[in-house]
Ligand binder design. Sequence first.
Ligand SMILES: [Zn+2]
Length: 430
Amino acid sequence: MSTLVFRRVRAIDPSSGLDAEVDVVVEKGVVTRVGRDAGLPASEHVRVVEREGAWLLPGLIDLHAHVREPGQESKEDVASALRAAAAGGFADICCMPNTRPVNDTRAITEMLRGKARALGGTRLHPIAAITLGQKGEALTEMADLKDAGAVGVSDDGRCVTSSAVMRRALEYAATFDLPVIQHAEDHALTEGAEMHEGAMSTKLGLRGWPRVAEDIIVARDVLLAEYVRAKYHVAHVSTLGAVRILREAKSRGVAVTAEVTPHHLLLTDASLLGYDTACKVNPPLREQADVDALRAALADGTIDCIATDHAPHGVLEKDCELSAASPGMIGLELCVPLLLGLVNDGTLPLARFVEALTSAPAKIVGLPAPRIREGARADLVLVDPREVWTIDASRFRSKSKNTPFLGREVKGRVRMTVVAGAVAFEEGAA
Ligand SMILES: [Zn+2]
């Protein structure tokens, strides 16, 4: 394997205390040198990458992606999801178990890992179900699932509604050091809901999903996690109430963590004014007060990390009435450019942005934290923070195009993703 040199990049790795213009040398899958003028000249065996003003970040990690395999490969499969992930700067992604069939077995967990390993590039880490068939009743064989490579458990798409089942899930998962990842939704309060419940849903005449349906579950789960001393993680936090509960719990040292999606940081329920099915997500887009609370919580660390909730859907599921549309939008390829807007306008400190996509998610699911330092595995992403471009569906690596951000002009672009020393994605390359 030849040597790769990033020349005069701004290397940013908050967990190593690094933010400096340096050369970074990659040899045999490992970062071997970091420093001023540490690079070698280009030669037959040395590739030099130099791009004025570019940033080099540790490889990104996504805790929440739907790869749709097995069962819905027309929307996405392991190969297309990993290509999209690499194009988005991700060296690792975790995939949710609400496939067809549900990933509640060793066989599916191993199949997913095997396929990803054979493909190379971005690594895939299955999150297995909490309950068999995600029915909310009997617990899965978590020891077996962990042994097969699952990094967490979740019934995502469904909430574990029963307090008794959730208590046992937390206790059981804790014995294997697996985080329990909750899709916090009291289904009794959200039946038939199409969007956030508020002035906008009244105006549009649509059934609402009230904030309190999320807050109730987060509050209960925090109490349970504290009681049984287990690791609890809230998926896609969307409400200011949940933020308040998390902040209070963390201030008392409860082992809770949380993620937020780019779309909940950027859009409000007003996006549904034109009944745009691309904006139908679960949990729904909320109000500006929620967006403000989520941004502040991400900036101050109350919300630990950013996760895409990449949810590919075909035309059939989106080119229909809002009530019939499936919830979710794609996110892997757009996360960095969309969120750099918040970095550029000073809402999100750059160090927090990097941490929230690297060391923070790694810690939650027990993956090694990606680092830019000598001796570290070379998982790296090269970003041009100044490049202005327009989001164009024809360029997606994902099989699906369901996003309301088509046509939006963004600033900042992933130019290259390196996984274990090998180039997994390069913008403009064939
Ligand atoms: Zn969910």
